[in-house]
Design a protein around this ligand. Sequence first.
Ligand code: PLP
Length: 470
Amino acid sequence: MDWDDYIEFGKKALNWGSNYRKSIRQYPVRSSLKPGHVYNSIPDSPPEDPESLDEIFDDFKTKIVPGITHWQHPRFFAYFPSNAAPASVFAEMLANTMGSQCMLWQTSPAATELEEKIIEWLRIGMGLPNGFKGIIQDTASSATLTAVLTMREKSLNWTGNKTGLSGRSKLRIYASEEVHSSIDRAIWFSGIGEDNLVRIPVQGDLRSMDPELLKQAIQKDKKEGNIPAGIIAATGGTSSGSCDRISLIGDIATKENLYLHVDAAWAGSAMICEEFRNLWTGIEKADSIVFNPHKWLGAQFDCSVQFLKDPSIQKNTLSISPEYLKTKGVDGIINLSDYTIQLGRRFRSLKLWFLIRSEGMSGLKKVIRNHVNWTEDFYHKINKLDKIEIVTPPILSLFTFRFVKEGVKNLDELNERILSEINNEGTIYLTPTKVKNKYVIRFTAGTFEMEKKDIDVAYQCILKKTESLK
Ligand SMILES: Cc1ncc(COP(=O)(O)O)c(C=O)c1O
């Protein structure tokens, strides 16, 4: 393929992409292929001779697309959304074409400086106080890992990287019992060890960690000679949208001199709307906040923003300057790879720049508000169905429910079966979770191109299932 073919096939790909996205409702949301189908359809060894682009593109359409679960489908109500609005896809294509590696300021000054500006735009757009800076990472998992490493180093007075953890008192990190598995993994990978993740029980409608129990856990650890290292709070937990009371937790963190990281991977995007900011009141007390514009803000995957109150703490944890990376001769520059685990950095701010400019903050707010309002309507409607039990009411655009039937003892099994039927039918896609040890079904709206009519289809699906239980 040369750069003339690139134009010819670029046009074909753009046509295909536009038609795909415009007609995406015709696909079953979840791919129904059996395991091994795609693997077995691909030759066992690579071609010795070049193949034509036409042939490769045809194979893409016939072999790959049927094995895709359509995350951009407006009736994708599973997991959390992973959006890809057209302006961000377009910008990503430009970034890919330039193929820049943006690890240092001098390896692409525009990438560093645009990233700084976009962080500032988002800080303002989300109502965060002046002074928060930040970086764009690939995923929330990476941002949380950097935050946990920072907690580790700060609590060890910056000696952990050099001498390791062995022979020291145990480091302890506190989080609610509802935290995402990325927090567990960060604790594993930082060498702190899962047994030192203290899971604080939740309370109330927002399922927030109990501040009294948090205080007690910290005091107990101090008495036992353990080292409290940090707190991880959540705004919009994955199972049911739980929100910790950041203001109270932040006060505890300040009093105990503990680093506070807030995981708002999903719900953070909603904070561009002023009326939802009560879910993270006190956020200015956080040291680090992560949210994923690739989830609910429309940015093409991957794109995760980490705000930092004092970036120098993270830099002290992660920065290393071997001779071959030293940048000479430019004063006052920032090398963003000083703040991340990976050295290499993609040009992610470009897609946010295109997205925010082409939609405007008002356009982005409208999408999120629609999702929240339509979810609320849907919740009220299915709450009236006599074979439905709401397990957790909506937090933003997420709630959980389950099917109930008199005389059926094993409701977990019943719900697992019905959910599997729904997803096999392919009209909508929902995923399960466990709440209070019950198997429940999650509903979350968030696909950028979703319309009200898509929720109506979801309602018809659920209604039909309740009727089949009579
Ligand atoms: C609340 C929460 N935190 C963290 C993550 C991990 O996100 P990522 O895939 O960006 O690592 C998720 C993923 O859905 C999440 O819901």
